[in-house]
Every structure is written in C-alpha cells, then in structure tokens.
Design a protein around this ligand. Structure first.
Ligand SMILES: [Zn+2]
Length: 143
C-alpha cells in the first residue's frame, strides 16, 4: 500500500532501539543480549533489566515463539485501525525468552482459531521507508 495511506502511528527509533529497527528493516529480529547473565531481554534499553549489567550486545533471534496471551480487538483505539476490526493483539513469548507485544496475522480473529501456546513465527510488514513492523503468524505445522 502507498505509505501515505498508512494511517497508524509509526514508531520513532531512539538510540536504544535503533539496532532493533535496523534488524526489522532487514526482516530480521535482533534483540539485546546480556553477556553477564547470558539472556536476551526486551524492550531494548542500555542495561539488562535482569541483572542491571551494562555488558550488552545485539544478537539475531529465531523469530519463533508461542502465543503467551492474546485478545481479539473489536473496537479500534486509534482511527488507523478502524477499517481492520476485529484484529488480534498478542503477547508472543520468543523461543529465546523475551515477550513481545504484537499482532497476529494470517489467522481468523476467532477464538476457535486461536489458543495460547500455539507456535508462531515472525513476519515483517514494511510500513514506511525506514520502518518495518514485526507481526506473528501461526506456524503451518509443528516441526
Ligand atoms: Zn543480565
């Protein structure tokens, strides 16, 4: 779709999130990783929220995870979504641990089609020249 038709809020990268958005632009999911306690975390910030360490690097993650929780949205909380209700918001728990607040796509917004712990994988939607948003879709079959 032409970007001028994109009517939803567009994220603005900050120094802390710049690397995250660069990854998304390449259709890769990169998260901060704490070398001190050997764990990923999200959202991006300059120190580890688990051990408060500052020895951080960025690593690519699998993009695989499972639905931790979801909600079917029947009312749009921003005019940009008004034409898309109902749609599905979700918290996805990545295989690497962190949980992301996101949308589920390629699935019916129906409780019969959705369940917690269903396996999902990341897909990216290019919404502007600079920004691609990570969404998650059901994995076709479990491996
Ligand atoms: Zn840590």
């Amino acid at each position: 779709m032409p970007k001028q038709q994109y009517a939803k809020p567009i994220p603005t990268p900050s120094p802390e999130t710049q690397r995250y958005w660069e990854g998304c632009k390449s259709h890769e999911l990169w998260l901060p990783f704490c070398r001190a306690c050997q764990s990923f975390y999200f959202y991006p910030r300059r120190f580890c929220p688990q051990c408060f360490g500052w020895d951080i690097e960025w690593r690519q993650v699998s993009g695989r995870g499972k639905v931790y929780s979801y909600a079917i949205q029947h009312r749009a909380f921003h005019p940009g979504w008004a034409q898309e209700t109902p749609y599905v918001t979700a918290i996805v728990e990545l295989d690497e641990g962190p949980r992301l607040y996101t949308n589920l796509v390629d699935v019916e917004p129906d409780p019969k089609s959705l369940r917690c712990d269903m396996p999902v994988e990341v897909v990216f939607e290019d919404i502007s020249e600079e920004i691609s948003l990570p969404r998650f879709r059901p994995v076709a079959k479990e491996e």
